[in-house]
Structures are given as C-alpha cells and as structure tokens.
Ligand binder design. Structure first.
Ligand SMILES: [Fe+2]
Ligand SMILES: [Fe+2]
Length: 325
C-alpha cells in the first residue's frame, strides 16, 4: 500500500538494479529435479558399503530439513521486511526454488533407497537433536519480526554455511567420478544457494549501514556469537554423521571455509584461518564448476555500492595473512 492505494509492480522503474539482475539470473538458471536421470547412478551406488550409503542418505535427510525451513518459513519471514516490490518478486522466486530443492532429495531417495530406508531417514531428520537444534533456533529467529537484520543473518548462515556439511558428500563423490547425476542435482542447488546467500547478504548490508555505530557493533557481536553457537553444533553434527567413514576432519575444514564465506556475504571479516587451500582439492574441484555467481554480482549494478560483496573470487578467501582464532 502507498498513500492508501495498492501499488502495481513496475519493472520499468527499478530502484535497485541488483533486484532486477538477481531476478534475471535466478530465472535463467531455473531447473527441475525430474529432468536429471538419477537412476544412472545405481551402478555406483551398489559399490558403496553400508556406512557410506548411510552417510549419503542422512546428509540428504538433513539438507531436506533445511530446505524445508527455507521454503516454509525463511523467505516468508524475509518478505515481511523488503525494501522494494522487486525484492518481494525475487524472494517469491527463491521460495519456490527452495521447494524444488527440498523435493529433489526425495527424488534421489526414491531412486537409491528402499521405502523402509526412506522412512528411517525422515524419522531421523525429524528427531535428531543436533539437526533440530539449528532448525529450531533459526525458525525462532525467522518468526521474530522485531529483528529483521537477525533474520537475514540467519538466512545467510543457513545458505552459505549450514548446507555445506551436507554438500561435502556429493562433491566428494563427484570428485571421484561417482554418483554424477546425484551430484548434478546438488550442483544446481549449490548454484542457487550461492545467489541466495549473496543477494540476502547484500540486502543485509544495506540495512546494516542505516544503523548507528553502537547498533552495528552490538549486531556484529551477536552475529559472531551466533556463528560460534552454530559452529559448535555443526562440529558435533559432523562427528555424528561422518565419524563412521573417517571424513570428519575434512568436512570441518570445509565448513569453516564456508562459514568465512557467509561472513563475507554479510560484509564481515572472516573468523577461521581455513582457506580454499586447506579444503580437500577433490571437493574444491566439484565446487569450482558450480559457482561462478560471485563474478556475476561484481559485474551488475554499475554505480551501486555492494560493499564487501563486490568482486568476490577465490583469491578473496586467501586470508592466511590475517589469521584470527
Ligand atoms: Fe535451497
Ligand atoms: Fe536458498
């Protein structure tokens, strides 16, 4: 509503070019899970032992829960605080794609798992404490309309940090030329999440700039505390899932690297010393074919200040020179 009247969205008058560029990018990269022939991975799947199959099934169970949260609560929460009508449209697109993401894990399960196994995976993701902890904490923040910027922080931490303990597994197999169709789905999800995290991080930075210095400092303190809380939980979750295959240390390096990326999306300094070089190169190969979105964001919107979001590329994460922690 504006001056008592309802306002039609005008795409020929866009106040923030980033909205338009993001809409175009997201609609350009639209995809559906049903177009990927997951059944071609059955031969690879049969070569995995029970522990490795368990890991694949359960990390996807965890990812289903997080994508459900994004589709059912996350985008609706962010939509209550938009700055432009075009931002609403972008968030509508994101919300639908989060439903596609959440559904695509079921497409994978349907092919690789028995009905009993699928039931067990969903029982697990609906009750496992370490998984539920993060979902409930973020759910609560999404429903706190007093703190719009905390909602955005939660969303970026989910998009750019929490997904990656799960993404590790398909990227690992992709690097070993296994489960390529499953990995194709995950790469498409990852490509979306990369835009989501950057876009919402950008909107966060616009809001952050409007705060007083004291308010900025206290929000920053809260942000780092929240990241520590999530990392502590994620460390335990990683051990719970990955100790059985011996990958936990490698996964933890990967999630610390992505936690830094989440902070950068929010315009903040990295927290962990881990850089791209610390991450298993097999996994980095998988990820490098999927995410060129940072370049996209640095090229759009000439004249629009993107803060620390601009010009992000892999070298930005070479933070060995200013180690913290
Ligand atoms: Fe998603
Ligand atoms: Fe997302």
């Amino acid at each position: 509503m504006e001056n008592g009247n309802y306002k039609a969205i005008n795409w020929n008058q866009v106040s923030d070019e980033i909205d338009k560029a993001t809409w175009e990018k997201l609609t350009e990269q639209f995809w559906l899970d049903t177009r990927i022939p997951v059944s071609n991975d059955m031969d690879d799947w049969r070569t995995l032992d029970d522990d490795h199959k368990w890991v694949v099934g359960h990390v996807f169970g965890g990812l289903t829960l997080l994508d459900t949260l994004q589709s059912q609560d996350g985008m609706a929460a962010l939509r209550r605080d938009v700055r432009t009508q075009h931002e609403t449209a972008v968030l509508n697109n994101i919300q639908f794609m989060e439903s596609v993401h959440a559904k695509s894990y079921s497409t994978i399960f349907e092919t690789l798992n028995t009905p009993d196994e699928i039931d067990e995976i969903f029982d697990w993701s609906d009750s496992e404490d370490l998984l539920q902890n993060k979902a409930k904490r973020i759910y609560t923040l999404y429903h706190d309309d007093e703190n719009p910027l905390k909602k955005k922080i939660s969303s970026v931490f989910l998009e750019t940090f929490l997904f990656y303990s799960g993404f590790y597994t398909p990227l690992y197999y992709l690097g070993h030329n296994k489960l390529n169709n499953v990995a194709e789905i995950i790469k498409l999800i990852l490509r979306d999440e990369s835009v989501h995290g950057t876009y919402i991080g950008y909107k966060f930075q616009l809001g952050m700039k409007e705060l007083t210095e004291n308010e900025q400092q206290s929000l920053k303190d809260w942000m780092y505390d929240f990241l520590y809380y999530l990392y502590d939980n994620e460390e335990k979750y990683t051990h719970l899932v990955y100790d059985r295959v011996g990958w936990s240390d490698d996964v933890l390096k990967f999630i610390r690297y992505n936690a830094n990326k989440a902070l950068m999306n929010l315009g903040q300094e990295p927290l962990f010393p881990d850089t791209a070089e610390d991450v298993n190169p097999v996994v980095m190969n998988g990820i490098s074919t999927s995410t060129s979105n940072h370049d996209f964001f640095s090229q759009v919107g000439n004249g629009y200040l993107l803060g620390n979001v601009e010009a992000m590329n892999d070298s930005d994460y070479d933070i060995g020179g200013k180690k913290k922690n």
